[in-house]
Design a protein around this ligand. Structure first.
Ligand code: 4AD
Ligand code: MG
Length: 465
């Protein structure tokens, strides 16, 4: 018999037909009842709600019923009927039950009681079976889909940039080395330095921190491209907003100036949030009711506001005149900390802020220099509760100016020959940005720790599962 998914039973009840016989397969969330009747809540992951299976004890083998415990996997054939019980519209009257997989009640860690997020992280292989995490994973899927839709509809080309690279796009040196050398016996040059010419690629390589440099090459040929892939940062930040492995979306557009870049980024975030409200409302409602009573309002309110455009220098003035006591004192040139960003977004403007024109010293080498000689055409989008969700800029298209920065920063010009070629041959104004996928998910799900919006988080001292 064909298996029906629970989402269909609940959402397409009419077309399936009350009193028809159906087969469902899923995992037991709860089992309760007495000597005559049992109620089993079965969940198959298709929707946050499970379906109630009603078991007339007299019709089944006692031994079989005993073996049905929380976490066990069942195949149930039964009649779809309207439910008398509260909280559900339909239920299944069981006719046949087959146990596909037992779950030892002594050892299965997800018994009914509420669990802390910390505990659930320690069983990341099983947490998708909780309601909260299955909601997050369905939303995560929908957001990935929305992102491809958004750019595809606009005619952007999805460009696959390499994961293994020899360059450090952000220049922060936060990279994981990639090597096949025997670390106990590394070949050395006469001067004691490692001889990377003997390594797999014949040069020093890392996991990418960003696909942008390759993305720019794509934009200089295809016009508009985007990347969507894993990126890696070996920064030792144990915060609720940093991962060592995270997913980033990086669009790059030829002929876009900073203003066009901001318009696109704002439209993009709003599209994703609206997509989640339109397609994942059950999941969002569940998370709203369980964790974050303001989630739905917060998501809706974002759709109606225009993000504030704020030059960095003005932000410094606001912070200095606020009278607020910050842990890190504010001065022009400071790389703003979470406390400053949160003050601006959550207390001062109470809206998302796009901060632009940052001091060049605190931003990456590729950003377009402003006429003032001090600032660059950077833009960071700051969000309530999240802080920085997007980082981007207009790019420096002048070879001469770019080379100056490369030299000022003691970067290796030879290593960057291919990137610099874009400025040698048919250079053009262009811009782009990077959206941290998990930061977007923090916003959309209302979760407070980034470890809880990715299936298997990688953070300092943690690469389990
Ligand atoms: O600001 P970032 O470092 O910018 C870039 O990498 C540029 N190359 C992007 C571009 O212009 N194409 O990172 C972009 C975004 C941040 O705003 C943040 O949302 C996210 O990536 N991000 C992280 N997310 C999780 N864990 C980390 N360790 C992150 N580092 C950055
Ligand atoms: Mg940034």
């Amino acid at each position: 018999m064909k298996t029906t998914r629970i989402i269909q039973l609940l959402k397409e009840t009419e077309s399936i037909g009350i009193n028809n016989i159906v087969n469902i397969k899923g995992w037991v969330r709860t089992k309760r009842g007495n000597n005559t009747v049992l109620f089993i809540n079965l969940n198959d992951g298709s929707i946050v709600h499970g379906i109630q299976v009603v078991v007339d004890v007299a019709n089944f083998d006692e031994q079989l019923l005993k073996q049905i415990t929380t976490g066990a996997c069942l195949s149930v054939e039964g009649k779809l009927v309207e439910s008398m019980g509260k909280g559900q519209s339909v239920e299944i009257q069981a006719l046949k039950i087959e146990i596909l997989g037992l779950a030892d009640a002594e050892r299965y860690p997800l018994q009914k009681k509420g669990h802390s997020m910390e505990f659930l992280r320690s069983i990341a292989h099983l947490r998708p079976r909780t309601n909260y995490f299955s909601c997050v994973l369905r939303i995560r899927h929908a957001m990935a889909f929305a992102i491809h839709n958004f750019f595809n509809d606009k005619g952007f080309v999805y460009l696959h940039t390499p994961i293994i690279t020899g360059s450090d796009c952000e220049g922060a040196g936060e990279m994981f080395n990639v090597t096949t050398m025997d670390l106990g016996n590394v070949p050395k040059l006469g001067n004691g330095e490692v001889d990377y010419s003997q390594d797999f690629f014949g040069k020093r390589t890392h996991l990418t921190v960003s696909g942008q440099l390759n993305g720019e090459l794509g934009a200089m040929a295809l016009g508009n491209i985007y990347t969507f892939g894993p990126t890696f940062r070996a920064e030792n930040s144990n915060t609720p907003r940093h991962l060592a492995e995270f997913w980033m979306i990086e669009p790059e557009m030829a002929f876009y100036e900073l203003e066009d870049n901001m318009v696109l980024a704002e439209e993009f975030i709003k599209y994703c949030v609206k997509y989640a409200l339109d397609h994942n409302f059950d999941d969002i409602q569940f998370l709203n009711d369980l964790f974050d009573k303001e989630l739905i309002d917060r998501l809706k309110s974002i759709l109606d506001v225009q993000f504030i455009r704020l030059p960095y220098t003005e932000a410094i003035n606001i912070l200095q005149q606020s009278g607020h006591k910050f842990d890190v004192p504010v001065y022009w040139g400071l790389d703003l900390q979470a406390e400053h960003e949160r003050f601006l977004v959550e207390e001062h403007f109470k809206k998302p802020v796009i901060m632009i024109d940052y001091p060049k010293e605190i931003k990456a080498f590729y950003m377009k220099q402003n006429e003032d000689g001090k600032t660059v055409r950077a833009m960071d989008i700051l969000f309530p509760k999240i802080g920085e969700i997007i980082g981007g800029s207009q790019r420096e298209e002048s070879l001469e100016k770019l080379l100056n920065v490369v030299h000022e920063r003691n970067m290796n010009e030879q290593e960057l020959w291919w990137y610099l070629d874009t400025r040698r041959f048919g250079t053009a104004p262009h811009s782009g940005f990077g959206l941290g996928f998990e930061r977007l998910l923090l916003f959309v799900t209302g979760m407070s720790n980034i470890r809880d919006v990715i299936p298997f988080p990688r953070t300092p001292q943690n690469a389990e599962f």
